[in-house]
Design a protein. Sequence first.
Length: 126
Amino acid sequence: MIYGIGNDILEISRLSDYKRSTNLALKVLTAYEYDVFKNLSESKAIKYLANQYVCKEAISKAFGTGIRNEVIFTNMEIHRDSLGKPVLTPLGKLKELMENEQITSTHVTISDTNMHSLATVVLETG
Ligand SMILES: CC(C)(COP(=O)(O)OP(=O)(O)OC[C@H]1O[C@@H](n2cnc3c(N)ncnc32)[C@H](O)[C@@H]1OP(=O)(O)O)[C@@H](O)C(=O)NCCC(=O)NCCS
């Protein structure tokens, strides 16, 4: 059963200042994700940050909460599987919330252009 859906879109130019984006990255990314960010060229890092950011905002909308309580940026880690598909790994209290709410599947999809990042998320129970 569908628990919730969420989407988000971001103009990548809002992150074009790499120094300011690094500060945002420290707030929005997990330690693993920050490591990925730091090892990319500036333009690729900005796009990566934009994509991680829209995923996390879309996830927060799928929960119906926005970014608050357990549903915070640093409790969401988004990897890419061997085929490039984004996969959410919940951390800390978000993991507990998902267990309590019996959310068994999370579907995340991202699209980007040079101008925009967009993500759609579906959470499923049972
Ligand atoms: C819910 C949230 C993710 C919305 O994101 P946003 O980028 O501000 O705004 P968007 O235009 O993408 O989305 C707004 C829409 O989200 C929807 N929305 C609002 N609260 C929602 C909720 N709890 N659940 C699902 N959808 C929600 C509404 O449709 C809203 O449109 P409306 O205001 O016209 O009704 C936002 O409130 C939030 O929690 N942002 C966190 C931002 C933050 O912490 N930034 C600091 C970075 S370090």
